[in-house]
Design a binder for this molecule. Sequence first.
Ligand code: NAD
Length: 252
Amino acid sequence: MRFQDKVAIVTGGAGGIGRASAKRFAEGGAKVVVADLRRDAGQAAVQEIQAAGGSAMFVPVDVTDYDSVSSLVRETVDTYGQLDIMFNNAGVFGDGQKDLLSMPIEEYQRIVRINQDGVFYGIRAAALAMKERGGVIINTASIYAFIADRRQLPYHATKAAVVGMTKAAALDLAKYNIRVVAIAPSMIDTPLIDRWRSDERVWNSIRKAQMRLQVGTAEQVAQVVAFLASDEASFVNGHEFYVDDGAAAFKR
Ligand SMILES: NC(=O)c1ccc[n+]([C@@H]2O[C@H](COP(=O)([O-])OP(=O)(O)OC[C@H]3O[C@@H](n4cnc5c(N)ncnc54)[C@H](O)[C@@H]3O)[C@@H](O)[C@H]2O)c1
């Protein structure tokens, strides 16, 4: 099994992409820590993994708080003895889409704290635990790090920051044999994009943004996350990996 004797943390592990990735890691033999703000949904994810014969535990975390992220890593190492894979995946899109001039400053700051500071804290806390043995850190960016849409400035800014941090961290952590990579999904069918499902016109335009006119699934993203975390990707470092059915590769 490709993650035999490995220990993985997944932040945002109660949500769509995180939960699917936690399941993949566990299927590969990893001991998995599902970490999220949402306790009930996180525990449900753990039960699902255990029911399928995998090893997992839930640890509550708020990625906007460095002490909380640090405790998550400490509890993981105390319980399972080590940390090999850190998937910094928790993120939000933001409440409603607001024009640059009408967006409350607090909303901008809230998204920065979760999507950007949260990833930095995860990289730092994980690297401190990995520096003796090496490891892999995967960060969830988005194709919206590279292309812009209207009224979503904080999301674009923070996902671009995740890409920049991934490159800089990979360089700083190379001496510890820690790889750092990012994924850049397009529209993936998770609760994050549920708000648009009821409007047929909007949902159709979302579908058409992919080359084969369908949104992706969390499992399709999880397969790529598992590949990047595995030894099969041992020479992949410092880059983002598009999981977007070509969405960022063509002019709409
Ligand atoms: N769904 C998409 O279309 C899509 C596309 C590109 C990137 N992404 C990114 O994928 C990641 C996962 O999103 P998803 O689509 O699975 O959405 P989701 O809403 O299902 O999952 C996000 C999870 O993050 C958790 N979370 C939010 N704030 C947190 C905090 N402060 N501390 C800890 N956990 C917190 C939520 O409770 C939730 O379980 C996000 O970073 C998102 O930006 C999603």
